[in-house]
Ligand binder design. Sequence first.
Ligand code: ZN
Ligand code: ZN
Length: 337
Amino acid sequence: MTSAWDSDVVECKLCDHCEYRAERGKSTCCDQCTAQSDSHEAHCPRLSREVLQQSRWEHFRCDLGAEEEAVCLVVPPRAPKKGPAPVLLFLTGNGHVDDRQDFLSGGVDQLIRNNELQHYVLLAPKPLWKTGVLRYNHNWRNAWCEDAVWALVTEMLRRLGPENVDPTRLYATGLSLGAIGVWHLALRYGEYLAGIVPVSGKCEWPFKSWYQGRLDPAVAKRLEQIPVRCYQIDADRYGGTPIHDLEWLCWGLPETTREVTLKGMDVGRSVDVKIRSWERPNGAGNWELWEAKGPLTDWAYYDDWGGDKHCLWNRVYPFVDWGMPEFLASHSVPKDR
Ligand SMILES: [Zn+2]
Ligand SMILES: [Zn+2]
């Protein structure tokens, strides 16, 4: 089978100066990597040829009416542990729709960097309209199509096989448009997910799931069972904020709050984060909001823009101390569900 490195789904070539993949249309992995210096920008994808040689693109027709088969990047465990591996589904943002930006930069690359996610299988569908994995939302904007994504994911699990992946430890995370997609996946298939981590995006409550002030009972039941961890910059006005929905859905539940300072993009800079946690009634796991105080000033790249108001995943995905691996590891789907 062709590896992701050799595939033409997303073209790969080596950086002129190091062992990482060069970004699309460039000769280097990032602008700091030169013949004189082997340092890298904070958000350099750092994708080694080796990881991409172990990874592959799987093809599957998940929508019979679609022009082409959907494609999904499958990244096997980089440091496997004994037994079937947990699986993390990643839904990317609007910038990657129809290849506007390099799919292997600014998304799945940052998850691959996380040292505590090295034993996971990563699944990353490519958002291409012609393959059926996208739909329009109520405002005629792009949205992930949750049913097509679910068909794709279950087929990937089937192909990987129960000896390689553990279906009780299937998690979903997404950034911006992908965060919205992860919420919608939970509305439909939440009982099969061990936890969700939406980053910088809110639920759009499609298909009258929340209609005239009332949550659809089937949806409410699914949400009751699923552990949720949201990451959001308080100043974010792009993907919408989940804060009001969380407050409404957790109204009256016991709440704890703490504040932490976490590693920032540039060495020596940090981000202040307020963690709100609500104890859900049936013991299925807390719902948490990790709210970063923005605009973020931890990254010189954004200094001229008045700070970063949206791209929180650049910290959450690669850096262990932002707590995502710990959250995932503490949850699995109960055997009796
Ligand atoms: Zn390089
Ligand atoms: Zn680099």
